[in-house]
Design a protein around this ligand. Structure first.
Ligand code: APR
Length: 316
């Protein structure tokens, strides 16, 4: 499974094996990404397009050429559907990413940079273009190790990162459950809403004394949805496994050296995770903006509640 990262910048400057061009069916250059790549790559790119694609390419397909003077080795040209011209079949847009990864596999590219296909001149609604890009890359088996989405502007970058981070909270909770399964039942999590109500937050503690004194190594690992997919100095998204998240948590909480039993808590946490899965909502232990009742809430304002977690066992 390829690791996805979002960057803001110019696709022609990406130091990757292959950059993807948002081309058109004629495959003879154009504006936007197409124009930038042909300008930066030089005439060799166009010459290769003419030689390799005398009839151009159909919408949804992809093909490679030399990258000319670009830092990348190859350009993978793909033709997105033109939403502005009435081509609104999303499977054609998804095909652009799937076929580009297949072409990358064929030439042995290990790193690839995508622009947001069809989201410019071709007028595809940006949020849907982002969803099509992420879900297709996450669901496509490929030997490409690193996929980079290059956002040309800040708004696109923020939207891409927010979309990539949508599954991060659940993955973090699943990572804690995976640690309990490994015997690290001392690992606990406290969750809640930021005072603004804008972001969900989680604090993961290692159960050692001196928790949460705010210092750097106070045995607390923090996350906020404001950080999107960034967690524990890594990127956690839908493609990250619970085991990988568990490893990230242990690496970030060095005081949790040995697994320690706390079965009562692990059972409570398993109940919490069943409610989270059943209602597809995140648990909220605290929030400044509504009357505090005993226990935690599943979601915010849903009225679905679970009792407080059991107190930590007394040190042996
Ligand atoms: N680097 C990264 N992203 C870029 C760059 C760049 N240098 N230039 C533009 N973008 C972004 C746009 O902001 C948009 O989000 O790439 C996305 C795709 O925009 P377009 O290049 O317009 O591509 P598309 O919408 O697929 O339209 C393709 O436009 O340029 C013509 O010949 C091309 O006919 C084809 C059509």
């Amino acid at each position: 499974m390829s690791k996805v990262r979002v960057v803001q910048g110019d696709i022609t400057e990406q130091q990757v094996d292959a950059i993807v061009n948002a081309a058109n069916q004629a495959m003879r250059g154009g504006g936007g990404v197409d124009g930038a790549i042909h300008r930066a790559g030089g005439p060799a790119v166009l010459q290769d397009c003419i030689a390799r694609f005398p009839q151009g390419l159909p919408t949804g397909d992809a093909g490679w050429t030399t990258a000319g003077r670009l830092p990348a080795r190859w350009v993978i040209h793909t033709v997105g559907p033109n939403h502005s011209a009435g081509q609104t079949d999303r499977s054609l847009l998804e095909s652009c990413y799937r076929r580009s990864l297949a072409v990358a596999d064929g030439i042995g590219a290990r790193s690839i940079a995508f622009p947001l296909i069809s989201a410019g001149v071709y007028g595809w609604p940006k949020n849907d273009a982002i969803d099509a890009a992420l879900t297709t890359v996450w669901s496509t088996d490929s030997t490409v190790e690193s996929v980079r989405f290059v956002a040309f502007d800040g708004d696109t970058c923020d939207r891409l990162r927010a979309a990539q981070g949508r599954d991060t909270p659940r993955r973090i909770l699943e990572g804690v459950a995976a640690l309990h399964a490994r015997g690290f039942e001392q690992i606990r999590v406290l969750t809640g809403m930021a005072p603004s109500g804008m972001h969900w937050r989680a604090s993961i503690t290692d159960g050692e004394t001196g928790d949460d004194d705010g210092s750097e190594d106070d045995g607390v690992l923090r996350y906020t949805t404001g950080a999107g997919p960034d967690f524990a100095d890594a990127v956690v998204d839908r493609s990250t496994t619970a085991a990988e998240v568990a490893d990230l948590i242990l690496a970030a909480l060095p005081r949790a050296r040995e697994p320690r039993p706390d079965t009562v808590y692990a059972v409570w946490f398993a109940r919490l995770m069943r409610l989270v899965a059943e209602h597809d909502r995140l648990p909220v232990a605290y929030s400044d903006s509504y009357v505090q009742e005993p226990g935690w809430e599943i979601g915010w304002g849903t009225g679905i509640r679970i009792d407080e977690p059991p107190p930590r066992p007394l040190a042996p």
